[in-house]
Design a protein around this ligand. Structure first.
Ligand SMILES: [Zn+2]
Length: 170
């Protein structure tokens, strides 16, 4: 007879700690690792409402592959931005398109191993017209919450603005 070891913590019915939990960050709500995450691990699926106009909720909308936008629900609604994030949004290329929504599911993936309790962040990659100053304190912070390809445009606009302010104050 083979001996069986019993591991109380390995019960399939034991409650599993959630990967992503909403908590307080220094800028309001944030999403935190409920348990340690591996690099490449799928943290979860982003659920929410599909809308056809990003202006419904421009600072939270996530762009889908069919021209629609997902207004995310908790927990992932509260993902904060960092210029060097530890997570990203992605879709499975080979996942069939949902005939009801005409799009694929959106997931959050860990870009590196993340300790329990650490904040989960993504790079918002906003277009220039939404850009706001960034204080994410990443070593490679771009200075604005904006897509890297639009950074030049935002800097140019900021320079033009400060020049106009200088002229106005003369
Ligand atoms: Zn930054």
């Amino acid at each position: 007879m083979l001996r069986t070891a019993f591991e109380p913590s390995a019960s399939p019915n034991a409650p599993r700690k959630r990967r992503a939990v909403v908590g307080r960050s220094n800028i309001g709500k944030g999403v935190f690792a409920g348990r340690a995450l591996q690099r490449g691990e799928v943290v979860g699926r982003v659920r929410g409402t599909l809308v056809d106009d990003a202006q419904v909720d421009p600072y939270y909308c996530m762009e889908m592959d069919n021209g629609l936008f997902l207004v995310p629900k908790a927990p992932f609604r509260y993902l904060n931005h960092r210029c060097v994030p530890n997570c990203r949004l992605f879709m499975w290329e080979d996942e069939p398109i949902d005939p009801q929504t005409n799009t694929r599911a959106l997931y959050v993936e860990a870009l590196r191993s993340i300790r329990v309790g650490s904040e989960l962040t993504i790079d918002y990659g906003w277009p220039a017209y939404l850009a706001i100053p960034c204080h994410c304190s990443s070593r490679r912070c771009r200075g604005y919450v904006v897509d890297p390809s639009q950074l030049g445009l935002v800097r140019k606009q900021a320079r033009a603005k400060s020049r106009a302010a200088q002229l106005a104050s003369r």
